[in-house]
Design a protein around this ligand. Structure first.
Ligand code: ZN
Length: 133
């Protein structure tokens, strides 16, 4: 058992992160809280981190996904079919963003207002299509 220096609670040793042979003075819960607070104050850090991770490991990530797809052909097909249909019918932010990107909008140009406008436009186009049938 160990007492956390932050919240003062006494917890089992597994509730503390270890750095080599030493345990941290604060418990995992307090560490996570502190990290989350820090990330809230530095929203760009995570975005940059993930972007860099993706860039650095692009080949690895794609390869892993392709390999999985090869071994799970029917599953892969179902997933893409389902998610495409779901995204399309739900007109999620993600789907609308994709539509905007296809129309050559840069990610930093895509604002919530633009997404809302694009969504309205898609709805309108679909309604027109339905009428033509
Ligand atoms: Zn604590």
């Amino acid at each position: 058992m160990k007492t956390c220096s932050k919240c003062g609670e006494t917890k089992p040793i597994e509730e503390f992160y270890r750095h080599k042979e030493l345990y941290r003075q604060e418990c995992k819960k307090c560490t996570r809280l502190r990290n989350n607070k820090w990330l809230e104050k530095n929203p760009n850090y995570m975005r940059e981190y993930l972007k860099n991770y993706h860039l650095k490991n692009k080949v690895k990530i794609i390869k892993r996904s392709v390999d999985w797809g090869k071994n799970n052909i029917t599953k892969r097909r179902d997933i893409s079919k389902n998610s495409a249909t779901r995204q399309r019918s739900a007109m999620s932010d993600c789907y609308v963003k994709l539509c905007l990107k296809r129309r050559d909008f840069q990610p930093d140009q895509i604002t919530p207002e633009l997404i809302a406008a694009e969504r309205a436009l898609i709805k309108l186009k679909r309604a027109v299509k339905e009428n033509d049938k």
